[in-house]
Ligand binder design. Sequence first.
Ligand code: ACO
Length: 356
Amino acid sequence: MALPMRSVITGSGIALPQHLVTNDRLARIMDTSDEWIRTRSGIEQRYFAGPGLGSAELGSMAAEAAIRDAGLKPEDIDVVIFATMTPDHVLPGNGPLLQKRIGLRNVPTFDIRQQCSGFLYGLDLGDSLIKSGKFERVLLVGAETHSGFMPWDQGWRVVLGLSDDEPDEAEKSWNTQSRDRTVLFGDAAGAVVVERREQGAAGLLRTRLYSDGGVADALTMRGASFKQRPFVTKEQIAAGETIPVMNGREVFKTAVTLMPQAVRDVCADEGVTIEELDLVLVHQANLRIIEGVQKQLGLPAGKVPHNIERYGNTTAATLPLLFHECRQNGLAGPGALIAFTALGSGLHWGAALYRM
Ligand code: ACO
């Protein structure tokens, strides 16, 4: 009789693009300030990719690091799940691009697009693929280059530190129109290798995933749609419709309610209490949301670590990035009980319970 199986994360890796951009730099190209960004979001800096660097390459770098960390070689991977909302191309997806880059065999690749919840959905999908008995080793990648959304022109040279000449007033005014979103995002990649192991204490214990298309408009990108001809128009670019729009307050309220509820749900499913959790890794969209989740769950701040101050919101990359750091700094030590939770465009949200 087959032994029960468990999905265990055996390696993790991250990749960051080279350009570190402080809030002060952004304040030179639009009407914003370090003080506003810091107090409203907790973000102090982020990294941006230079031209030519896309999420497939960034994700490949993180993937290679994760595979090495697991003590494996690319040819050992059986299947790839790539989560991103900023792929290199509409087609093909980032999965095959990563496959070519890191020299994987002809294994299947899934491209998934659950935005901020991409890592959670990927973990659940990978676990199902493992438990079905079809695959033993899953590579799960979350990578984003949000810099492609940024509508800046001359401003880019200032942001990347290539020039100190601030853009003219017309561009500053244009850049200011999207400041409520552009200051929040950064580029990064995180990856994990998930392997099949005979059932022991360690591994993925539970997941709960949810979607609600009824509020899809709360966080969406209106421009670039195959409902229209052509799929993106000059008028849409001029109107800034290729930048995502967000009902920030609505998403904020939803996030601080639904993420704690999803954590309570997975804990109840597993029969553990919130107090038994050693760590809760929350999607890094806003420090105030992270602190809100921590308070709702009644946990001390030390159990809900954050790194948004250094990276901004990196969508599908936030959870693998934070998890990797917690492995490195010892917070996610052997035996630790971890809840992951995320919420983002879709809406998609959920939680996962994992024992180190
Ligand atoms: N710099 C200076 N002022 C700004 C900026 C800026 N960058 N952005 C907005 N403002 C101004 C606004 O114009 C407004 O001014 P007014 O009062 O004169 O009209 C004022 O600041 C307040 O703006 P609000 O939007 O009300 O600010 P709020 O405190 O709600 O914070 C934020 C906005 C940070 C977007 C917050 O609502 C939030 O984090 N929401 C949730 C984001 C989230 O979780 N998204 C999901 C993940 S992303 C994904 O799925 C892809």
